[in-house]
Design a protein around this ligand. Sequence first.
Ligand SMILES: Nc1ncnc2c1ncn2[C@@H]1O[C@H](COP(=O)(O)OP(=O)(O)O)[C@@H](O)[C@H]1O
Ligand SMILES: [Mg+2]
Length: 135
Amino acid sequence: MPNEVRVKIVSHADIVAARQEARALAIEAGFSLCDSTLITTAISEMSRNVLEYAQTGEVTISLLRNGTKSGVKIVVQDCGPGIADIGQVMQDGYSSRKGMGIGLPGTKRLMDEFEIRSKLGNGTTVTMKKWNWNQ
Ligand SMILES: Nc1ncnc2c1ncn2[C@@H]1O[C@H](COP(=O)(O)OP(=O)(O)O)[C@@H](O)[C@H]1O
Ligand SMILES: [Mg+2]
């Protein structure tokens, strides 16, 4: 199995595909079924944002190794409208539409590392990592 997989996000079916790829890599990294589900939930939330706010984007999932520890890195990138105020969208309950507004802050809590970079008119990139601590 390759150590890095890319999935273009243009429809809901692509989210399903990205989740499947992530689950396979998470299991390869030794994550429990429970942690694998947290990882696929993070992918779902971030790719749903891509479909909703940017229409299209790309998810890259890679296997991480740091000495004996393994983990997964997920990068979700789009060339959509971007986000004016990152502090605002990272607050629980903020949604510019009728969403629950917990996708971004909730996903941050699921992962060990979470970084969002965005510029108005220049798209958004979310980079997140989760380490397998049971090794
Ligand atoms: N990829 C993105 N491009 C542009 N805006 C985004 C993107 N992802 C999130 N946002 C903005 O951040 C807000 C909060 O996102 P989120 O926490 O997932 O909640 P929700 O999707 O329920 O609104 C969204 O309402 C939207 O305004
Ligand atoms: Mg959302």
